[in-house]
Design a protein around this ligand. Structure first.
Ligand code: ZN
Length: 142
């Protein structure tokens, strides 16, 4: 799959312009390319309680699922293959730790994440990650 990084960065910058960030004034947009060729976006949404603030990647992952075609139970979930996260000025931002974990479940360790030095696999940004295999391997029977 050819990844249009320029288009993905532009979609992220467009989402950043819609961010609700009255407290930090750090506008953040994220855009992701899905395995079925869609582009989904998110922006950060702050809250006066601060602890409830949502990162742009949270909105992106929600949009990934909310905009996917309904699939029968047991079908593969929609997934991401590439993600760009930018600040309001268009410069690349790295996802925070929480969002790296969210993105892992939405795209796996091979998910390409844009950085200031170019795209890198998410596995490099979140080594030795906890994932759903850890749950199934350690879940008690019954
Ligand atoms: Zn985050």
């Amino acid at each position: 799959m050819v990844i249009d990084w320029t288009g993905l960065r532009a979609a992220a910058a467009d989402a950043a312009r819609r961010a609700y960030a009255p407290y930090s004034r750090l506008l953040v947009g994220a855009a992701g390319l899905t395995a079925d060729g869609r582009v989904v976006t998110g922006c950060n949404v702050e809250n006066a309680s601060f602890g409830l603030t949502l990162c742009a990647e949270c909105g992106l992952v929600s949009a990934l699922h909310a905009t996917a075609s309904p699939e029968p139970s047991g079908a593969p979930r929609p997934s991401l293959v590439a993600v760009a996260v930018v600040a309001g000025d268009g410069d690349a931002l790295l996802p925070c730790g929480r969002c790296r974990q969210l993105l892992l479940e939405a795209g796996g360790a091979a998910l390409l994440v844009d950085t200031a030095r170019g795209p890198v696999p998410l596995g490099e940004l979140l080594p030795a990650a906890f994932d759903n295999a850890d749950l199934s391997a350690r879940r008690e029977a019954g």
